[in-house]
Design a binder for this molecule. Structure first.
Ligand code: GTP
Ligand code: MG
Length: 290
């Protein structure tokens, strides 16, 4: 079997794990109890990290689109995406969940959006209700981190790998909002295109799903096209194209001392490139373009 065939086979088998189907089913079961949806995406891939068939799960429930990792994105490009989604009628909040109090904007926006519903309840003589928010998104975008910030303590497990959250749980904030943390989900058809490679570049899908070298090459090419300064600073390279990939690997391999005997260790070079994003050595980047 050729390398391509092998990787395709891997992708076909692994792209849609059973727990994601289960998560979708459970969200369906909780549907009636949910007042508002927090759709969480990564600000570096505001398009690629959006759940493609979200409306089939959440219907017409009110929704806030939350872009996390503001501190790691290219603000200029991501702000264009914020405008784009706002123009489509979305409520959008861009947040850094590690520093500052950006998350407070989500609380005030939630109360604003829910005010008419609370009013209606009052008119009917009912008490104001704690708002139930479903937190949903693809793996590793920061759903659990968001919940911990809003609850002001560690109530949910967090980790820089896809698939950290395994169960559903309701968690109480101090702002009359109850949050439902959910495991990350993807859509049933994950083609090996731009979107899949963007997801792999930002650790939203498990590393074994796409070939390591192809993900690293995708990153190098994106840097070369959109962020040549970073490419030069990080790897001492001016440009990377299909024709110069091998030279690029040789050069990075020599720079970081990645050798297998006398040969360049290509896997080590790929891992280094992927880890430079994962470990936040590379910042101020947004890969999605309109
Ligand atoms: N720099 C930065 N890192 C963040 C931010 N938000 C989340 N992270 C990091 O992103 C990683 C994933 O966060 P989680 O909260 O576990 O993500 P999740 O969406 O719950 O992931 P799953 O449970 O795997 O679906 C962790 O390493 C967080 O520290 C942010 O705004 N800025
Ligand atoms: Mg989680």
């Amino acid at each position: 079997m050729s390398k391509e065939e092998k990787s395709f086979q891997k992708t076909s088998i692994n792209w849609y794990p059973g727990h994601m189907a289960k998560t979708r089913r459970l969200i369906g079961e909780k549907y009636n109890t949910i007042d508002i949806v927090y759709e969480v995406v990564d600000a570096r891939i505001p398009y690629s990290s959006k759940i493609k068939d979200i409306y089939s799960m959440i219907g017409n429930k009110p929704k806030i689109l939350i872009m996390t990792k503001k501190d790691l994105c290219d603000l200029k490009i991501t702000k264009e995406w914020v405008k784009y989604y706002e123009n489509l009628g979305n409520h959008v909040v861009l947040v850094d969940l590690n520093c500052g109090n950006d998350y407070e904007k989500i609380i005030s926006m939630t109360h604003e959006i829910m005010a008419p519903f609370q009013e209606k309840r009052k008119e009917k003589g009912m008490k104001e209700q704690e708002i139930k928010a479903l937190v949903v998104g693809i793996p590793n975008v920061g759903k659990s981190t968001l919940i911990n910030r809003m609850c002001k303590r560690k109530v949910a497990n967090v980790g820089n790998n896809p698939g950290v959250t395994k169960d559903f749980s309701w968690l109480r904030t101090h702002s009359d909002i109850l949050l439902l943390d959910t495991p990350g989900i993807l859509w049933p058809k994950l083609d090996q295109g731009e979107v899949a490679f963007n997801l792999a570049s930002f650790t939203a899908i498990k590393q074994e799903i796409l070939p390591l070298d192809e993900v690293a090459i995708h990153i190098l090419k994106k840097l070369s096209t959109y962020y040549p300064k970073i490419l030069e600073e990080m790897y001492g390279l001016k440009k990377v194209t299909d024709d110069t990939i091998l030279d690029a690997y040789e050069s990075i391999g020599k720079k970081i001392g990645a050798f297998k005997g006398q040969e360049i260790d290509y896997d080590k070079v790929s891992t280094k490139i992927i880890n430079d994003i994962k470990l936040e050595h590379i910042k101020n980047i947004t890969f999605d373009r309109k």
